[in-house]
Design a protein around this ligand. Sequence first.
Ligand SMILES: [Zn+2]
Length: 265
Amino acid sequence: MHADSHTHLTDPAFADDLPEVVARARAAGVRWMVTNGTDGPTNRAALALAEAYPEVLPALGIYPVDAVANELLASGPELPWAQAPCDVEAELAFIDAHAPEAVAIGECGLDGHWVAAHMGRQREVFAALIDLALRHDLPLIVHSRRAEAEAIEMLLDHGATRVDLHCFSGRFKLARRACEAGLYCSIPANLAKNELFLKMARELPLERLLTETDAPYLAPVRGERNEPANVAATVATIAELRGMEVAEVETTLEANFRRTFKIGV
Ligand SMILES: [Zn+2]
């Protein structure tokens, strides 16, 4: 069975046909889809979606850009999208209260691309979410863009190792060190287009890999909508790259997912 450890099924891109998207995932052998909240509305939507679909598991988080939304709105820089405000303290309290219903804390992390000017506040919010995850014995699903080394250092300083580094875009050596420290890297569905993802899929320890889509983003075909069913092709590609049987890779990846997210049999 396959798992999509990082997706956004509450995105408006799925508003019209989510039952079909979930059915296609199921038909492709995708048994678990961890849908990540990024702010107030999506955290609530993730919980509601998990009620409606047994395969959908909720993760609750505050995306690093949303973590500094109020600072951005007050002083910039202006982003290419309409950023909504975010009451971070209220959201942390909501996540704390609803953590028992979640399988992970995420999406969270550090973003040095869009909001590098607000790194101090990002660190505070990320640290609060790491503490919260450890307190509730939950794994973390981590976004780290142009801040990979610092995000990993913060996680390890807190003693957090049940971690999915989603869409890792740092240096390969750093991904390998993170795996050696016990963290996991999830391989996106668009790996064929990305030398780093291919190298990670081929060379990182198999017992440290997970699979993700980040749907509706990062589609295998640029410009198309991504969806969890695409995980099956990722598993086949990983097997091909490593010269292994698909079934063997699938079994190991399933065990990795169960171990990270504490999903029973
Ligand atoms: Zn994401």
